[in-house]
Design a protein around this ligand. Structure first.
Ligand SMILES: Cc1cc2nc3c(=O)[nH]c(=O)nc-3n(C[C@H](O)[C@H](O)[C@H](O)COP(=O)(O)O)c2cc1C
Length: 350
């Protein structure tokens, strides 16, 4: 129903400021979730990963529902998992507006939102009220005014606060819109962060009796040496998966477009190839020791299949939803299910 309506309302949404359009969509989803009962478990190819049972391979990427206000409505789109956040310990306004730009010719977005969010306490209250019982990931980050040397403190607070409501916690160390955040992907910064947080997670598992897998989200703008270091470090600590990737600082393929000069992270179709290349490289470095969750430029079912073929176990969508609407979720669920079936059963499923 919503999938059918989206092509009709998209021209109206695209006539508005992108952030206003997003707020309207979130508002509709919030009320949809309040009115209708939670949907039954969605269809697809189930998979067990990180000790969790995913009903299908398709999730919502972080940043769409930063405060967890529309979880029940989003569940109606058929997602196998929903990642909320990025949330920071304290509420913060984010960067000045305008901070979100459409590049429709390239089916892309540029954003420099800067972790605008209502803070961890608000997210926890929203998530605790949800009626949907599917897999909820919580993506955490640091406040903009916390010095980078004290970043670990913010991740500790956010981890402690969201432990009870999260099925997995994603450490966002790859947003390009928080000064120096991406340095946490490198060298001793990464080792210190993972050492401290995995120790805290271990203590929380003991004291609460609940295990919450930790996941790390990385950038696409990484050279081979950095990626090799990340893969080695992730496997040296009890990290359960890696999300590849966040948005890119590159403007390859879009530099000629009117809004390409805007500061921020580029997402959507132009990110597909570079992000999939990272999945491929990670897959060869990790050799199956950690599952990969692929995000970046999935605009079609074929894009999602390419991510699975590159080595991903799960995929996440964001910009594709803006351009294609809820129909994309159904298409990707179907295509990834067919791709993940044993070869002998594939033709029957198509
Ligand atoms: C407007 C916007 C806001 C985002 N906010 C976040 C965020 O808060 N945390 C995060 O980890 N990723 C965030 N992302 C990145 C997405 O989760 C995703 O990794 C990226 O956009 C690539 O996927 P896509 O090409 O399908 O959009 C954001 C992306 C967009 C477009």
């Amino acid at each position: 129903m919503v999938a059918f309506l989206y092509p009709l309302i998209r021209p109206f949404l695209f006539s508005l400021d992108p952030e206003v359009a997003h707020e309207i969509v979130l508002f509709i989803l919030k009320y949809l979730g309040a009115i209708f009962s939670p949907p039954p478990p969605p269809e697809g190819a189930p998979i067990s990963l990180m000790g969790l049972s995913f009903p299908n391979r398709v999730g919502l990427a972080a940043g769409f529902d930063k405060n967890g206000t529309a979880i029940d409505g989003l569940a109606h789109l058929g997602f196998g998992f929903i990642e909320v956040g990025t949330v920071t310990p304290r509420p913060q306004a984010g960067n000045p507006k305008p901070r979100l730009f459409r590049l429709p010719q390239a089916r892309a977005l540029i954003n420099r939102m800067g972790f605008n969010n209502a803070g961890v306490r608000s997210l926890v209250a929203q998530a605790a009220r949800r009626r949907w019982s599917g897999i909820l990931g919580v993506n955490i980050g640091k406040n903009a005014d916390t010095p980078i040397e004290r970043a670990v403190d913010d991740y500790r607070i956010a981890l402690l606060s969201t432990w009870a409501i999260a099925d997995y916690i994603a450490l966002n160390i790859s947003s390009p819109n928080t000064t120096h955040l991406r340095t946490l992907q490198h060298g001793e910064h990464l080792e210190k962060l993972l050492a401290e947080l995995s120790l805290l997670a271990e203590q929380l598992t003991q004291t609460t009796g609940k295990r919450v897998p930790l996941v790390v989200k990385i950038a696409p703008d990484l050279d081979e040496e950095s990626l090799t270091h990340i893969a080695t470090t992730l496997t040296a600590y009890p990290i359960s998966a890696v999300i590849a990737t966040n948005t890119t600082l590159s403007r390859t393929g879009v530099a000629h477009l009117p809004l390409a000069h805007q500061t921020g992270g580029l997402s959507g179709a132009p990110l597909m190839a570079v992000s999939t290349r990272i999945v491929e490289q990670l897959s060869s470095l990790l050799q199956g020791r950690l599952p990969i969750i692929a995000a970046g430029g999935i605009l079609t079912a074929e894009d999602a299949v390419a991510k699975i073929r590159a080595g991903a176990s799960l995929v996440q969508l964001y910009t594709g939803l803006i351009y294609r609407g809820p129909r994309l979720v159904q298409e990707v669920i179907k295509a990834t299910a067919a791709e993940c079936l044993p070869r002998s059963q594939r033709s029957q499923a198509m």
